[in-house]
Design a protein around this ligand. Structure first.
Ligand code: ATP
Ligand code: MG
Ligand code: MG
Ligand code: MG
Length: 470
């Protein structure tokens, strides 16, 4: 019987405890004292102060399994085998302690001896001129040169603005030709699902200064990140991250509620996987204190909820369902994340309220949207008007991205600036209304201004765009 996801997590943390690492529990999804990031998107993100030296870590070697949210991956969800907006990242970290010559052989030992992954299925990528890493892989570990690929800065150099940065080395699993694509250059780094990247070893050995120089750090760091669900895909020989044991229970539950069979209709399968993923995201986000709203994290939450609800519609689900599926999401993860069980009632209630709210407008909104799309197509235009998107947002509660997605499914495009213009015009109208009303004396009241801004201003879109950057 293959290892379960929960067993794999435990084996990883144990392995690194055996290498003198301190096991810390996952940090919350909401960053602490870090305004540069909306939601935690990697194991190292909450540990930045340990890397920069702003805080002293509890030990120089730490290992975690960190809950992560990556909304920039949202369009891949359900389509690729390997992307979720929610996933767990295993990691081992060295704060100025051990470096490459320990981290690389340990990664290899864990994969090939603890997980028993066949050596010849593992490929390795390194940064172009990082010969130190190349030599460790070939001479110390003994990986065949044929399975080492040198990749450029985009893939294999970790850098965010100034400060600590450095080359990476990634591990890929070859799932075989049947998963390959037709591209003649298909190989490690290809976007298809044959070579699945599952572990990223980051060697923060430089400090980039204002002049753009890369100065070597006296005490370089190690930061590694491995997708737990991806490793489970490998260990359990399943097709994608939604079919591993724990996550698969959620998927099956959705099929049961919808009365559809998984694996019969590719479009349905995408919807099933999208809901499976999004329900995990929203469940974990609410457990960590995020509330649905019109901006920032609250907007991310609402957008995920509404997108999942729409995919429920596509599957033909008539009743409220997401709050019920959340129960299953909690059940399969509560062992490792007791906060889910503790907040179960609250999580389910909140999701239900959001479902009820959206239920009132989604049908009308969808029918209006489809009519508008038909109109555009009839006139042989290709661009969906910003006003339409605005109306759907304002009257029917459709997040801009949801409208965009549906519009694009029908082969049209939409211009974000057109939508923004309408939002701006709305703000202007509201301002004028306030001035013209009997309450004109209050119009200059700064609190009045603040209150209406907080409710009306659509800032989610901008925030989402910046979210990908740390
Ligand atoms: P990819 O190229 O497949 O998008 P990445 O290079 O963006 O992955 P990293 O930033 O290197 O990923 O994150 C470290 C590890 O976290 C990855 O090797 C992978 O195992 C896992 N991971 C990253 N993004 C996701 C995701 N959206 N869903 C599940 N696992 C992920
Ligand atoms: Mg990625
Ligand atoms: Mg990658
Ligand atoms: Mg990577």
């Amino acid at each position: 019987k293959p290892l379960g996801l929960n067993e794999i997590r435990e084996k990883y943390l144990k392995y690194f405890e055996g290498k003198d690492h301190l096991r810390l529990k996952s940090f919350p999804l909401v960053p602490i004292n870090d305004k540069s990031l909306l939601l935690i998107n990697s194991g190292m993100a909450p540990m930045k102060p340990y890397f920069t030296g702003d805080e002293v870590p509890p030990r120089k070697r730490v290992t975690t399994c960190q809950k992560c949210i990556r909304t920039p991956d949202i369009e891949n969800v359900g389509k690729t085998a390997r992307h979720g907006t929610f996933f767990e990242m295993l990691g081992n970290f060295s704060f100025g302690d051990y470096f490459k010559k320990e981290a690389i052989p340990w990664a290899w030992e864990f994969c090939t001896e603890v997980m028993e992954i066949p050596e010849d299925k593992i490929w390795v990528s390194i940064f172009l001129d990082d010969d130190e890493t190349y030599n460790i892989w070939t001479q110390v570990v003994g990986v065949s040169k044929d399975r080492i690929v040198r990749l450029g800065k985009e893939d294999n150099f970790w850098e965010h603005g100034l400060g600590p940065c450095g080359p990476c080395s990634e591990l890929y699993f070859d799932r075989g030709e049947e998963y390959g694509c037709d591209s003649p250059t298909c190989g490690v780094g290809c976007d298809c699902d044959r070579y699945v990247e599952f572990w990223n070893l980051v060697f923060t050995q430089f400090d980039k200064d204002e002049a753009g120089n890369y100065n070597s750090l006296a005490k370089p760091n190690i930061d590694t990140g491995m997708g737990l669900e991806r490793l489970a895909v490998i260990m359990q020989s399943v097709d994608n991250i939604f079919e591993v044991d724990t996550v698969g229970h959620i998927l099956n539950y959705i099929c049961k509620i919808a009365g559809v069979k998984y694996g019969e209709n590719p479009d349905d399968d995408v919807s099933i996987r999208v809901i499976t993923d999004h329900v995990r995201s929203v469940t974990f986000m609410i457990a960590d204190g995020v509330m649905p709203g019109n901006e920032g994290r609250g907007y991310v939450l609402r957008r995920l909820l509404r997108r999942a609800i729409r995919h429920g519609k596509l599957l033909g689900i008539k009743d409220l369902f997401l709050f019920d599926v959340a129960k299953e999401a909690i059940r399969v993860s509560e062992g490792a994340y007791p906060e889910l069980k503790e907040k179960q009632d609250f999580i389910q209630k909140l999701i239900k309220i959001e479902e009820e709210r959206f239920k009132e407008t989604i049908d009308q909104g969808l029918s209006l949207l489809n009519k508008e799309i038909d109109k555009v197509i009839e006139t042989e235009e290709s661009v969906f008007p910003g006003f339409g998107a605005f109306k759907l947002y304002d009257t029917y509660g459709f997040p801009y991205e949801l409208t965009k997605e549906i519009v694009e499914e029908r082969g049209l495009t939409i211009v974000a600036e057109d939508f923004e213009k309408e939002m701006q015009a709305q703000r202007e109208r509201a301002r004028q209304d306030r001035k013209n009303s009997d309450l004109a004396v209050w119009a200059d009241d700064p609190f009045n201004e603040l209150g209406s801004e907080a409710v009306d201003t659509f800032v989610g879109y901008n925030n989402l765009v910046t979210e990908g950057t740390i």
